[in-house]
Design a protein around this ligand. Sequence first.
Ligand code: SAM
Ligand code: DTB
Ligand code: SF4
Length: 322
Amino acid sequence: MEVITPVACSLEQVEALLQKPLLDLVFEAAVVHREHHDPRRVQCSQLLSIKTGGCPENCGYCSQSAHHKTPVDREPLMDVDQVLAAAKAACMNGAERFCMGAAWRSVRKGEQFDRVLKMIRGVKDLGMEACVTLGMLDEEQAHQLREAGLDYYNHNLDTGRSHYDKVVTTRTYDDRLETIDNVRKAGINVCCGGILGLGEKRRGRAELLQELANLDPQPESVPINTLVQVEGTPMDGAEQLDWTELVRTVAAARILMPLTAVRLSAGRTDLDEATQAMCFLAGANSMFVGDELLTTPNPAPSTDAALLQKLSMNATPKCGGA
Ligand code: SAM
Ligand code: DTB
Ligand code: SF4
């Protein structure tokens, strides 16, 4: 990928972007998108929760935090064979990248980390890209992941700095940035984004975008999640985000990070086809496929296939199925 050094943007500039008349903003983003990407193409990743629940962090949105009583049961780290069977199925579903998530605060050395390294090697042997999200990571662990062939590490900033302590208090914003730095130093692509609808204001979304866009180099992948409200979490019942705020955020992300893959991530089951189409027009060019995200539902593959067909997108999938 072409490397660009981002020009630092100010909070005021990002806020001004987000405040533009919606269709002017979408038009501007669509122009930037078409300068750098094939507008008919959406990159498809599939998720699997390889270790579920019982996480010591207190992220207020998360079904897997041990601090909240949610419908999600704890499950230990999966076997390598089971994970690779799921990766093969994902490949047949058209996924190019397999993303494995563990409900850990941080990575610890030992048999479990070695097992994750085997999973990564196995996914690479299938010809897929590999991504993991395992919590905090030191530089040595990041290098081990890279040696195993890891393409992407997902570690989200989640929200803007000023809203962060209303969402999670068991770690700091700078802890997150440190892990991202370790990932970067190991030569792994950075997948870093956030969640909308955590009770933040538009200024909070501007802060998040400013942090992301000012990372140097910018993240190769920016997932934009909308909160999936989970019973028993403190964020359940938060005010629903209007669809236009999602479109604005996607468009601003595209303008601020022209080369990045902007992923329309969690929350697609609540979006109608027209809203998703508007997000693709505004520069979203990646999504999660498959019936499940980590612990919550995602649109069915047949539903996504119908949407992409209507939009004349992804007629020839890169990997596997229809
Ligand atoms: N424990 C690791 C961590 O937090 O980095 C990895 C797994 S964690 C589930 C991955 C990301 O999923 C979080 O950073 C958050 O941005 C997103 N996420 C988790 N629960 C969500 C929810 N209910 N709605 C939207 N996004 C969510
Ligand atoms: C990301 O930004 N979104 C994905 C992935 N990275 C790991 C996770 C979404 C999780 C949604 C809630 C759940 O299914 O538990
Ligand atoms: Fe743990 Fe990650 Fe969930 Fe936070 S988002 S509680 S770190 S699994």
